[in-house]
Write a protein that binds this ligand. Sequence first.
Ligand SMILES: [Zn+2]
Ligand SMILES: [Zn+2]
Length: 238
Amino acid sequence: MKLTLLGMYGPFPASGKGCSSYLIEDGDTRILLDCGSGSLSKCRDIFPDLPLRLDAIVLSHMHADHAGEIHLFRYMAEFGKLNTPVKLFSPETDNLQYPVFETVRTYDGMQTTIGSLTLGFVAVQHAVPTMGIRITDSGGHSIFYTGDTGWFDGLVTAAQGADLLLADACLRDESNEKALKNHMTVAQVLSLRQKAGCNAAVLTHLYDDGTEYPAIIDRRCIYAVEGSVFEIISHDTK
Ligand SMILES: [Zn+2]
Ligand SMILES: [Zn+2]
């Protein structure tokens, strides 16, 4: 299974960069995980031939920095530039009912199969209905994507043993109590990786507001860099 970071910013992308969007590939299976700004053009950079083929678009939640380009993908499908119907998974589906989409509302505990991949959904703690998503390939390798979430104890269980933790780490510290309900700090994500026994963590959903993020000393954790590609292989040592 391969993960490409198409866009890794929260709502304030840096110049020329994009909001939350991740491409998961496993053999012929292609899943777009969130589709914030820039995701459509980044997909076309990777797959220039039209129509574009995606097995599914999976939205963690409907905030614009994660779902902002869904209607551009709809236009693509309506103009025959994207395979139809496109399977579309989201915890909220009211504004996603279109003939080109095969829309499925996700819920806590739901499991589904897309091509060679199994997806498991867990409700996380955010301002709107939001799912953390575990993606597992046929070899048992897994990614757990937190979506946007504040810390809650169930997160450790949800992320348990994932090979790669892809986590919302937009807060630099705990100074903003209100934001802490909806997002994690860098330190919380480092702790989550350790407690859940994940092999590695990519800290994402960063804010580009001119303030530096703290340096990370855990060699199994890195900040997301747009365009990075990760091959998910078996655990070595925890
Ligand atoms: Zn967000
Ligand atoms: Zn959000």
